[in-house]
Design a protein around this ligand. Sequence first.
Ligand code: RIB
Ligand code: CA
Length: 315
Amino acid sequence: MPKHIILDTDPGIDDSLAILLALASPEVVLDGISTIHGNASTAQVTTNALAILEFANASHVPVYRGCELPLVQPSLLAPETHGGNGLGYAKLSAPQSRPQVKHGSDYLIESIMSSPNEITLVAIGPLTNIAMAIRKEPRIVQNVKEVFIMGGAIQHTGNTTALAEFNTYVDPHAAHIVFHSGMPMILTPLDVTYECIFLKEDLDRLLKIDSPITKFIADATRFYMEFHDEYQKIDGCVINDPMTLALTFMPEICDYQNLVVDVDISTGVGLGNTFADFYNYEKKQPNMKVALGVRPRMFMELFLERMEKLAKSLL
Ligand code: RIB
Ligand code: CA
């Protein structure tokens, strides 16, 4: 039986690859998308989500516009990482479809409460929508099947500050609400995503197929690779979000530890820093499963194989 997933997302270059991977994977059914500020404004990422779905012949998937700003912090976007339009050098036609009327956080509540223990929530952007949903309807904590979260850096350096990963740094207060909610969470931190670099030769393999999909991936990731080279001297780009999505149906890509994880919401240099109490000094119950070991080529092979299949289907 395929898993019913909702993507809470800020497309975003790697987010767009996660959407494509979801569409190309029979193990999951993409029930809907809620959009969130982050890589670009909520308006822009909502347009991008609609455009990507139409581009991939999946405009049947509903899109719900989410929160415009973090709960407490000022807005922080990432044009240097994802480009002004959020999709790097990729250009998609303006979408014909429009977002649903319902707010993204209300969509999360309605979906989870109407299908208890059925919905797998995949959070690959700042956690504002999910925090709002928890505050509006706390019972989603007991009714959601599981929550896969791309975010945090446990024993890895930050990618936005020296200590903090982007999604938790943009809205640390939302992350704090979600981390302390009791939801069944599986965290995919930078510790494992930075082991999975999408290389030029991986892109060259995809470009053997002359398809709008492979051209989109090339145009989007070329910008992303330039960012990684300039800012982090990485040859390639870190595709955090499709890796998080892949764990929903291929958990064996990673090894996990049940840990007590928290996020710093103090106003100092550690804001947004995520950390695990590996020795459990405070004798707390672990609040999440954390992916800390990874088989990089198992993930990359899956991703490439699914993108090749999708590209051939949309020639
Ligand atoms: O830190 C990486 C995460 O922040 C990814 O989800 C990326 O898309 C951005 O949202
Ligand atoms: Ca993202």
